[in-house]
Design a binder for this molecule. Structure first.
Ligand SMILES: *Cc1c(COP(=O)(O)O)cnc(C)c1O
Length: 483
């Protein structure tokens, strides 16, 4: 059924009178900005309170989300988001903080930032972290700016950045934002960075290498120590894209692998739900040698007092206002403290176990891009199915009819008809078994009823949308003629 927009439900004259008007605020605001708040010309819908509540509740129920459905997206997956983290971030004393408060009455907040930094340093092996970047891509930019500043101080002229073809798209995008030439190294037959090819392109004109680990094929870079040696020998640095760090938590860390800079997406791995561009933090950690280049301020401690430290010799400056999305830091802090060392390790073990359980169960039905032990996600290739008439897109859309959010498709680009599944660490065996049964069933449907895949999804208010048009020409305004 097509859902009406709220304007269509409006009944002129109907009101929710018993809600108190925020008069004091409006009067005050009107004095400050006359006419800006008390606008009479807005054509707002008139509805009763219940109608409004039902409208938005029903809209929200059209949504697929982790609270209602299995959501095995792949690559940018929302992982474990415990409700307790949300509760803590909702404490009034936290969310009413103002960034212009002085250090003196921000001590508790600074302590949380300070402590979270210590925990992430322990988890990654890095020496310091900044929480300013608002996203993973923003963290990459911050990291590469620091690496650039490091080379410039040594008066070295380097202009190339090496990126694996299995890297996340933001890696080459970041390198070119920094005006570097991007040199792509192809994967070898195992889906890992080809060390032979790396040796050929690594030279003293290379700034460094950006590695996504696990890579976007869900594989661990087994020869990472060789890679680190090759790059460091020529004076380059190693950037670690740790957006999806769940499979490695407590198992190993980027320091041991030889990385110089790392970013973690707190809004993937550390308990902040994401999507629709909601607040995130691309926390960036560095080794000792890069600390002088970090964004300011950092939070430091002197005689039991926490303070904002702006004194970094070669700081690249700020990369955003204030100190990052503070409430996201609270969620990450609660997450790490609640799980502890053992809990974090269990996250990693379950993330890997769940993905491999699915891989094993489906490997006869769907081709696995690289059929060996994977990390937190597994990439299938639906070429066999495509040859019989059902593309990865058809399969993904049909999953919706079975109450499963579609996995990531056609990414990574190097796999034909890719369908990328990350079950995440917190799904039960029953849910995984249901997914496996459905995937097998879809494969049977290709022979028995191909058209049903072509017409999927059947159960949603709208069918297949023109996604390109939706993003290029978003029509967000309701027009009276119903268009
Ligand atoms: C999600 C992701 C990014 C980018 O993070 P954003 O917060 O979306 O900018 C970078 N690398 C990898 C591997 C990712 O999964």
């Amino acid at each position: 059924m097509k859902e009406k927009v709220i304007f269509e439900k409006s009944a002129p004259g109907r009101k929710t009178d018993y809600l108190r008007k925020p008069e004091i605020f409006i009067e005050e605001a009107d004095k400050l900005l006359p006419g800006k708040f008390l606008r009479q010309d807005l054509n707002l819908p008139s509805l009763g309170e219940l109608d409004v509540v039902r409208h938005y509740t029903n809209l929200s129920r059209l949504n697929y989300c982790v609270d209602t459905h299995f959501y095995p997206l792949g690559s940018c997956t929302m992982k474990y988001n415990p409700k307790v983290s949300e509760d803590m971030a909702n404490i009034e004393e936290f969310f009413n903080l103002h960034p212009y408060q002085n250090e003196e009455n921000l001590q508790g907040a600074l302590e949380i930032i300070y402590n979270l930094e210590k925990l992430l340093c322990e988890i990654t092996g890095m020496s310091r972290f900044t929480f300013q970047p608002s996203a993973g891509a923003h963290g990459e930019l911050t990291g590469m700016l620091m690496i650039g500043a490091y080379h410039r101080l040594k008066r070295e002229k380097r202009y190339k950045v090496i990126v694996a073809d299995s890297a996340h798209g933001t890696n080459p995008a970041t390198a070119s934002m920094c005006k570097y030439d991007v040199v792509v190294v192809e994967s070898d037959k195992d889906g890992l960075v080809s060390v032979d090819k790396l040796i050929k392109v690594m030279d003293t004109d290379v700034v460094g290498i950006m590695l996504t680990c696990p890579n976007t094929l869900g594989l661990f870079e087994e020869r990472v120590l060789d890679i680190s040696e090759i790059v460091h020998k020529k004076g380059g640095l190693l950037y670690y894209d740790g957006a999806n760090f769940n499979p490695l938590l407590g198992v190993t860390n980027p320091f041991l692998m030889g990385f110089d800079v790392v970013h973690l997406n707190l809004h993937k791995t550390f308990a902040t739900p994401h999507g629709s561009g909601g607040p995130g933090v691309g926390a960036v950690g560095v080794r000792e040698n890069l600390i002088p280049f970090m964004p300011v301020p950092l939070v430091d401690k002197k005689k039991d007092k926490f303070y904002l430290n702006y004194k970094l010799k070669h700081s690249i400056g700020r990369v955003r206002s204030f100190y990052g999305n503070f409430l996201v830091l609270i969620k990450a802090y609660v997450y790490v403290l609640r799980l502890g060392r053992e809990g974090l390790l269990r996250i990693a073990q379950n993330a890997v176990l769940n993905a491999n359980y699915i891989r094993e169960a489906l490997k006869e039905t769907y081709d696995v891009a690289y059929n060996k032990i994977c990390m937190h996600e597994v990439v299938f290739s639906c070429v066999k199915q495509k040859n019989k008439g059902a593309s990865a897109l058809d399969i993904a859309k049909r999953l919706i009819d079975y109450g499963i959010h579609p996995p990531t498709i056609y990414f990574p680009l190097i796999i034909k008809e890719a369908l990328m599944v990350e079950p995440t660490e917190t799904e039960s065996k029953e849910t995984l078994d249901y997914f496996i049964r459905v995937m097998k069933k879809l494969n049977e449907e290709i022979d028995s009823n191909l058209q049903i895949l072509k017409d999927a999804p059947q159960t949603t208010p709208v069918k297949r949308l023109d996604e390109v048009k939706a993003s290029r020409q978003p029509v967000l305004k309701w027009q009276k003629n119903g268009s």
